[in-house]
Structures are given as C-alpha cells and as structure tokens.
Design a protein around this ligand. Structure first.
Ligand code: XMP
Length: 532
C-alpha cells in the first residue's frame, strides 16, 4: 500500500522555508516514510517528501543538501519497478537509501539485487564491522545493534565503490557506504523507534549533508501560514471546531493566516465533558477573536439517539447529524470555498488502511473523509504531516493555553461511546460528574501529562451496594487510563492502589446513581481505547 504523499509536499516550496537547509525524501510508498520526515524535524532539519517520479529540474530547483530514498512495497527484481531519477546520483549530493531505497540505489549504481532470499521482518540484530560517517559516534565497531528489518529481496553484489559497515547472516549488507560519494544504504528502517539509534543515524546523515539543524516549530508556523495563504487566497474557510487539540490548533493557525476569512462552527451535540462548551466559546471567541458559531444541537442528537444501543448505529447517527447541522450552519453563512480540518498524519494512515485494503472496519471514524462529496469544498489540512506531540508543540508556539494543547484526545462522538447501551441526558449528566472527579484527582496527583488518555465509562449494569444502613442498587462505572504514542496501540496506566481507591471513594460518595467503580486493565490490542 502506498503511503499518502502530503498535499503540502506537492505544493511549491514556501518562501519562508528557503532560508533553511533542506533534505528531500523521495517516496517509494513505505507506510513509514513520514517517520523519516519526523526524525529529521526532530533533528532541526527541514525536509519535504515527494513522489519518486519528481523531475530532475524540480529537484535541482529545490536545492536539497541531501536526498533520502525511502522504503517501499515493490521489488526491484520485477520489470517496471520504481527507480530514482538517475540524475540524483550525479548531483554531487549525499544520498541515503532505506530498504527499497537501498536496493534501487544498489541496482541503479551497478550492483545486483536478487529476490527470494530469506525474508526478514521485525526486530533483528546486526554486527557493526566497520565505521562510516553516519554511524560515527552512534555505533561502535564490534558492537551488536538492534534494528527493524523489512525486506524480501537483497543485494548480492555491491556496486563499485561500496563497502559493508554492518551485517548479519540474514542481512549481509545491513549498512553499506561509499565514502567518496557519500552514498549510504540500510536494509533496515532507521526512522522507526524499534531501531533504537536510528534517529541518531539520520541526524548524522543530515549533519554530513551540511544541515545546521536550526529549523524549529517557529519556522513550521511561518511556512504553514504561507501555505495556507497561498492555497486560500481571498476565499472563505469554515472549520468544524470540536474543542480537541487538533481542530483547535488548526483553527488558531488558520486564523493567524487569514483572519476573518475563517469562521468556526462548533456543533454542540450535548455529549461533551463538564465545562467544555463554555471553555471552547471563551477560548476561541473571547480570547482568540475567532468568528465562532456555537450551535446547541443537544436536543436533536439526544432525541435521535433515543433507543439506539448498537455502537456502530450510534456512531453513524452522530456522524450523520453532525453533517446535517454543520451543513445548515454553513448554508446560513452563505457557503464557503474551503473546509478546514485538523487531520493528523496517524488519521491519514488509519483511514487509508481502513479503506485501501480488505481490512475490516473496527470503528467508523468521522474525522477523515467523513463529509459527503456534495459539500465540494477543498480541504485545508495544515497539520496533515504532523504527529500529535508536534501539534501540541505548534499550539504552544501559537500561544495557546496549556489546558487546550495538553488536553487528552476526545472522540468525535463524545460521551455517547462511553455509555454502552442507550444514551440519555441523565446518563450523560452522571458520566460528566464521574469524569470530572476522576480528572480532577488525576490533575491533583500530577499524573495528567503522563497519561495519553483517561476517562470514565458508565456501564449498563446495576449492582447491589450498601451505604450507611441502606441497600443500594445502582450503576457501575469503569475508569480507563492508557499510555500511547499515537492511539494505535496502548498500555494500561499503572496507578497505585491508593490513588484508585481515593477516586472510587469520591465517586461513590459524590455521584448519585453510582455505587461501584472498576478499573479497566485491557491493553490495545486486543481491546480498543474507547469502549464502543
Ligand atoms: P480506539 O477506541 O479506536 O481509539 O482504540 C483510538 C483513539 O481514537 C479516538 N477515537 C476517535 N476520535 N472520532 C475521533 O475523533 C472518533 O470517532 C473516534 N473514535 C475513537 C479515541 O478516543 C482514541 O484516542
């Protein structure tokens, strides 16, 4: 499957970026190509990802200091397989080929690659047998290093000028170098965290290219603003604001770029947490002076959810109503030319994999590709190449309050998917109260930032309890807290028992209708983070 190439990467380089040293990543379709960009950004280096078909002229005009050839799903041993433009090898620039990139580099420079050798995917260990500029100070000669492999084919004859720097039995050309031309190739993925020193290898490559490492979020902000202005011109933009980090940062960034050409629409479905609606209005309308339409549609949503218990029908109902209300509001505005979304890179990967293959729908998300074709607005997605923590850094750069940029993710369908069974206003009120106590205690204990996401779930179960002299027969709730880097996998947060019992005691004492508290200790997979 091809990894998506960001619209930003296809756009002409914004003027603001011109001052920075830059690396060009030619993409052969690996799912982790964006991680190369991310690792370079972490090293303070500006880069762009382009399809491998980029023309020689365009590459020369971009004036990169070095080129990285990404991995990809093809095999160089098959007829029409993708090739890097041959001219990149004659530009006098350092080049790093990763996985497929290494193989095409080897073949295009006169080496041989063969198919069908032992395939190797996942964690592997290699022996460092030599030294080269990109392993310098990272890997010592004689060491055994962990890397993340992903290859079916392998090089069988090195091209002239190359030597082996690290190898294993299964991967005899794990790291190869041509020191004179500064060409390097890895059979493994240095960009993924499972190659523990991979980021340092990439940083060494960037340094070798002569990149100073002075690119920052401040520069990203300036470039993103230039791109938004170039895309939008004098057009009108609307943005669905949810109160979450992503749409909030997108809105503030776009507002900085185009001011009152932006109108935000906040569809309040009545499924928000305690105090959230007031905070959204106060922050965006009062503090940032953004034109904001606040539509209270809670009657409509709760009315239509009445009697609905199936999780997928709940999600679809909420998604459909959201679009209906959003369309009504945008029609009242007289329409718009662009729709802004806070889509992040992991959303792009997840939605591509959900639609690009035979994989089953685990949960229907309505934040990517969820708007109907007839809305026919062009998308403005300024965060499309970023990961969550980078969006937070950008929000801080934009001067946004910590309560918003540091906020845990909150799902579009809100509390509805945290109330298994039928959703009612009363249940929402109970859950809001439980959730408020839980989050208050987490903040008081100083744990909020160590947790990816924490929330309560109101269970459709009643159980017997005793309070004072009386018997109770009331609802149970579950608390959830997970650590994660992108929400795709998650581990349970290991609270100490004293904390959990304190929270449980407050909930049972303070919330009418709840007499039992449980802690969900399921990781993802096999569980999901949300209950529905
Ligand atoms: P799951 O439950 O799929 O959640 O493990 C992964 C992450 O995605 C969030 N999530 C959503 N976010 N719209 C969203 O914007 C949705 O429909 C949705 N469903 C789940 C969830 O909170 C977690 O962070």
């Amino acid at each position: 499957m091809n990894s998506p190439v960001t619209p930003a990467s296809a756009a002409p380089a914004p003027a603001a970026a011109a001052a920075h040293d830059r690396i060009l990543v030619l993409d052969f379709g690996s799912q982790v190509t964006q991680l190369i960009a991310r690792r370079l950004r972490e090293a303070g280096v500006y880069c762009e990802i382009w399809p491998y078909t980029a023309s020689e002229q365009r590459i020369r005009d971009f004036a990169p200091k070095g080129i990285i050839l990404s991995g990809g799903p093809a095999s160089v041993t098959e007829g029409e397989s993708p090739r890097a433009p041959q001219s990149v090898f004659e530009m006098g620039l350092p080049i790093l080929g990763i996985c497929y990139g290494q193989q095409t580099l080897a073949q295009q420079l006169g080496g041989t690659v063969e198919a069908g050798h032992a395939r190797e995917f996942g964690r592997a260990f290699i022996d460092v047998t030599g030294e080269c500029a990109i392993s310098q100070g990272v890997w010592a000669q004689g060491a055994r290093e962990q890397v993340w492999m992903s290859h079916g084919d392998r090089i069988t004859k090195l091209p002239p000028g190359f030597r082996v720097v690290a190898a294993s039995e299964g991967a005899p050309f794990a790291l190869i170098a041509d020191d004179a031309r500064h060409f390097y190739g890895t059979m493994f993925h240095p960009e993924v965290v499972h190659t523990p020193h991979g980021a340092a290898l990439l940083a060494n490559f960037a340094r070798l290219c002569g990149c100073r490492g002075d690119w920052t979020m401040k520069a990203f902000r300036a470039e993103a603003i230039a791109r938004i202005r170039a895309q939008v011109g004098s057009g009108k933009v609307i943005c669905g604001l949810s109160g979450g980090v992503d749409s909030s940062v997108a809105a503030v960034l776009i507002h900085e770029a185009i001011g009152d050409q932006l109108t935000c629409i906040y569809v309040d479905h009545g499924l928000m947490r305690h105090g959230e609606t007031e905070q959204v209005v106060a922050t965006f309308r009062d503090r940032f002076n953004i034109k904001l339409i606040h539509r209270d549609a809670s009657e409509l949503f709760l009315g239509q959810l009445s009697g609905v218990t199936d999780p997928e029908i709940k999600r679809k109902t909420i998604g459909r109503l959201f679009i209906e209300v959003f369309e009504e509001e945008q029609a009242k505005l007289g329409g718009a030319d662009f729709l802004a979304q806070g889509t992040l890179y992991p959303d792009v990967i997840e939605s591509v994999s959900a639609t690009g293959g035979p994989s089953v729908t685990i949960k229907s998300h309505h934040n990517v590709g969820g708007l109907p074709a007839h809305m026919r607005m062009q998308l403005v997605e300024p965060l499309r190449e970023l990961f969550k923590d980078e969006v937070r850094a950008l929000g801080r750069e934009l001067g946004m309050p910590e309560e918003i940029v540091g906020r845990h993710p909150f799902p579009g369908p809100g509390l509805a998917i945290r109330i298994p069974g039928e959703v009612t206003r009363e249940k929402c009120d109970v859950l809001r109260h439980v959730d408020r106590i839980y989050l208050e205690e987490i903040r008081t204990a100083g744990l909020y930032d160590a947790i990816w996401q924490a929330f309560a779930v109101l269970l459709p179960v009643r159980s017997v309890g005793v309070m004072g002299d009386g018997r109770t027969y009331e609802s149970a709730c579950a608390l959830r807290a997970v650590t994660s880097t992108d929400g795709m996998t998650a581990d349970v947060y290991p609270y100490d028992m004293a904390f959990l019992t304190r929270v449980a005691s407050r909930i049972v004492n303070e919330v009418r209708g709840v007499n039992r508290v449980t802690y969900d200790i399921t990781s993802k997979p096999p569980g999901t983070i949300e209950w529905e």
